[in-house]
Design a protein around this ligand. Structure first.
Ligand SMILES: Cc1cc2nc3c(=O)[nH]c(=O)nc-3n(C[C@H](O)[C@H](O)[C@H](O)COP(=O)(O)O)c2cc1C
Length: 198
């Protein structure tokens, strides 16, 4: 009887590990936070739909003012569109080697009291959750700016057919990190902290 259970468990484990191409490596919260870094060198490998869905779910788990959730997300995996985005964004050339990109969008009219700052803050928090989820999966990512640059937002809107009232906050490049790539920076500085009083 014991042998049957061992065989069943072995089969389940093997079926799980055989899930092709999906990054399944998971880290604990603090190691994810401290190992996250902007990754700009990718192998060019694809990012699976399953991983992209996990990343988007993490984005939408972020807090928003009065739970208004003013964001939406455009997901790109098409090589030509990734290259087209890169062509008009001066600091996003890594998109040509990324496996995917997520554009975090937000709308002032959908934010609490229609305040633009809430729309931007809410979408930024979703953006950080997305970056952490990318790291947790063992993938690499970097936030490249669209907002607040009018020319970059125009390029992203035109390339992706995003309506005028929608703000494309960023283009997050996502990919499999190249070996020996970027390392996290230690930014902790005690003198940045004011305990009890400034
Ligand atoms: C609002 C914002 C805009 C950024 N824009 C770009 C960009 O256009 N291109 C780029 O390569 N990195 C961009 N970055 C990434 C930063 O350069 C990076 O986060 C910073 O150097 C700290 O490094 P780290 O992410 O590895 O900790 C941006 C980050 C933020 C938060």
């Amino acid at each position: 009887m014991k042998n049957i259970w061992v065989s069943v468990l072995m089969c389940l484990f093997m079926a799980g590990s055989a899930y092709a191409g999906e990054a399944t490596k998971m880290k604990d919260t603090f190691s994810v936070i401290h190992s996250r870094k902007s990754v700009r060198t990718f192998t060019g490998a694809e990012v699976t739909r399953g991983n992209l869905e996990q990343i988007l779910k993490a984005g939408m788990a972020a807090p928003t003012a009065v739970n208004m959730q003013p964001w939406s997300f455009v997901v790109i995996t098409d090589r030509k569109i990734l290259n087209d985005l890169a062509a008009g964004l001066p600091y996003a050339k890594m998109l040509t080697k990324a496996g995917a990109a997520i554009i975090v969008c937000t709308e002032t009219d959908k934010a609490y009291e229609k305040v633009k700052e809430f729309a931007i803050i809410d979408a930024s928090l979703a953006g950080e959750n997305i970056l952490l989820a990318i790291e947790a999966l063992g993938l690499g990512g970097v936030w490249t700016a669209a907002y607040p640059y009018e020319d970059r937002m125009k390029h992203v809107r035109t390339t992706l057919g995003i309506p005028r009232e929608v703000i494309p906050l960023n283009v997050i490049a996502i990919g499999v990190p190249a070996a020996g790539g970027e390392k996290p920076k230690d930014k902790f500085k005690k003198d940045k902290i004011h305990w009890e009083k400034w």
